[in-house]
Design a protein. Sequence first.
Length: 258
Amino acid sequence: MKIAVVTGASSGMGREFVRQISALYPDLDEIWVFARRQERMERLRDRCHTPLRIFAGNLLKKKICKEYGKALEDSRPDVRILVNAAGFGRSGSFREIAEADKMIQTDMVSLNCTALTRMTELTIPFMGKGGRIINLASAAGFCPQCGFAVYAATKAYVLSLSRALHAELHPRGITVTAVCPGPVDTEFFRTSGELKAPLKKRVMAKAPDVVRNALKDSRRKKDVSVYGIPMKTVRLGARLIPHRFILLAERICCHKCK
C-alpha cells in the first residue's frame, strides 16, 4: 500500500498539501492526515480524490504518536511522502509572551521541533527509494529574529535537521526538503498575532503557490525550497550580512513599532 502522510492537515499549508498531493499522485492508496480538528478533516475528505485515513489528536500527546506507530506496524505501508506541516508561532518579545502564557513557548518548541522529529523517525523505516520528506520550516529560520525569537529558533532547527537528513538519507534514495516561505496568507496569523510590518504584508504569498513550488522542489531533490524573489533575497542577505547587524536593525524597528 502506497501512502502519503501529512500533519497539520486541517488548515493552512497542511490542508493545501493534502489537496495537491491527492490531485497530483493518483497512484497513492491513502493519505494519512493528522490534526486536532477532526470535523475539518472530515470535510477535507469530500474534496480529495484519494481516501483519507484520519488521525485526530494533539501531536504534543504521546497517544497520537503511539497510534501512528501501531498503524505503521500493522499496515506496513510504503510511505512515499511525509509532510510535517504541523506547527504554530507567537509574535512578541520573549518576556511578553511568557507573561501572557507560561507554557506557550515550550509548547511551540515541542510541536515545531519535537513532534516533527518524532514523526520523522517513526516514518523513515517505512520509506524506500524515491521517498520524500517535506518539512515546513520558514524564512524566519534564516537568522535570529527579535519579536519572534522562539519561533525563528524552532524553524532554524527544522532547516538544519532537514538539510542534515537530506545528506544522511541520500544513499537510500530518500529526499528531505525544508520549505522556507515568508508570510503566507493562512490562519497562521490568527495565532501568531497580526502581521504589522507593511513590507511583509506586501510580499505575502498564497498557500497554493508555495505548496506547488515545494512539491516541485521536492521532486527535483532540493534540500531547501524558497518561494519567490523576495524570500530568496532574504536568504541571500542572511548569508552575507552578519547576524549582529540584522539583530540591531530588528531591534530598532521593534522599538519604533512600539
